[in-house]
Write a protein that binds this ligand. Structure first.
Ligand SMILES: [Zn+2]
Length: 400
């Protein structure tokens, strides 16, 4: 993906004056941070990390900045009792309380969660932020969306994208394998999110942009073709994965919504996340959930093609019947759930719900309820409109 592609997309969707972040994905990318700060006259710098990402990159950046003429404040976000930093009220408040009043820029050093907390706080305080991902784990680094947990409910708020991204291959390679696998899982979810966007366009008259879909698919295919290199944590594999995650985020940034990158598979993932929060259980990585949810959504859609007699659909689903031929062939083009599972396992991720300790009862519930989470037309939403009985997991037959 080039800047020309993104500019063309911005023109097509009539977005003016969009500023794309400066992006460096390479070895020793963090070494470029000080000169970037100088060039942009940023003097009062805030580094935000947690205990793990301090070790992964925070200390290194602090050291780099100590040689320059910067005033540096470090803020280490505190974990909850499970040892995890959550993007909730407590963490947001810690950052707001510890923020100095004269900050010029904030560096988010860490995972998606640290980015979301910084993104939201920086936006509210009108302070720009720089992204320094420590793992290729999620596609949200470059988007504007900040998924927060507010009063126990996940809510994505559109805020600000980073002014620059310094993705250092040496740092990303050292991230735990499960985090890299989660990034791959988030990308794999594009198989069904892209399909759901198309379904929504055909059935729900939602605006659709072919270039945005094509660019997202290119990122997906680049990762799938490099699964071997990603699995072995080769420089090129990690670079392709990180670039794909960044590109998916950039498409969302231009569109100002997450449609190409988030469909029914993300709704299942969000539902499970909220369930774990309700139970005050340890969280699972976003991309790990998305990867598994993608296998379930694929099984559901392929089963729908088998079980649905579109002649029997009620008249108010006319648009669905009219377009069923096209939707059916798009579903048939999807890889099988076992092909997806093999890819996820190859890169060292979870392959089944049991690997994540997600039980069948919760999956069954999410298949019937998760579509309520967001008003979006997806295959999951539509099946819930014309089902005769609850969808059961494992999916054997759908009563429609
Ligand atoms: Zn995602």
């Amino acid at each position: 993906m080039t800047i020309e592609d993104l500019t063309k997309l911005a023109n097509e969707v009539d977005v003016q004056n969009i500023k794309f972040p400066k992006i460096r994905v390479e070895k020793n990318a963090v070494g470029l941070v000080p000169s970037y700060l100088v060039a942009n006259k940023f003097k009062n710098i805030v580094l935000v990390f947690d205990g793990n990402t301090r070790k992964a990159a925070g200390n290194q950046i602090e050291q780099l900045l100590s040689d320059g003429n910067f005033q540096v404040t470090t803020i280490e976000l505190s974990p909850n009792r499970h040892g995890e930093v959550i993007a909730d009220e407590q963490t947001l408040m810690q950052l707001i309380v510890e923020m100095p009043n004269n900050a010029d820029v904030i560096l988010a050093v860490g995972s998606g969660t640290i980015h979301d907390v910084v993104r939201f706080t920086g936006f509210k305080m009108t302070i720009p932020f720089i992204s320094v991902p420590t793992a290729a784990s999620v596609d949200g680094f470059t988007s504007k969306g900040a998924p927060l947990i507010l009063r126990g409910v996940k809510k994505t708020i559109q805020t600000a994208s980073p002014v620059a991204v310094f993705a250092d291959i040496d740092i990303l390679k050292k991230a735990p394998q499960e985090m890299t696998a989660a990034g791959f899982g988030d990308i794999i979810g594009k198989y069904t999110s892209l399909l759901d966007w198309k379904i929504s366009y055909l059935v729900g008259n939602e605006p659709y942009n072919q270039l945005a879909a094509d660019l997202t698919r290119e990122s997906l295919e680049a990762c799938v073709n490099s699964a071997g290199e990603i699995a072995k944590k080769e420089d090129n594999g990690i670079k392709i994965l990180m670039q794909s995650l960044i590109e998916s985020g950039l498409v969302m940034l231009v569109l100002d919504h997450s449609r190409p990158a988030s469909g029914g598979e993300h709704h299942l993932s969000h539902y499970w996340e909220m369930e774990l929060l309700k139970k005050d259980a340890k969280q699972l990585l976003h991309g790990a959930k998305v990867g598994i949810a993608t296998t379930i959504i694929i099984d559901l859609y392929k089963q729908m093609v088998v079980d649905l007699d579109d002649n029997k659909l009620s008249p108010n689903l006319k648009k669905f019947s009219e377009n069923f031929g096209q939707i059916k062939s798009l579903i048939e083009e999807l890889p099988s759930s076992s092909q997806i599972r093999n890819m996820l396992r190859k890169v060292g991720g979870a392959g089944t719900p049991a690997d994540l300790e997600i039980d069948n009862t919760l999956i069954t519930r999410s298949l019937n309820e998760a579509f309520h989470l967001r008003k979006r037309c997806t295959g999951l939403f539509l099946i819930n409109q014309f089902k005769q009985e609850d969808i059961k997991y494992p999916i054997k037959k759908i009563s429609i």
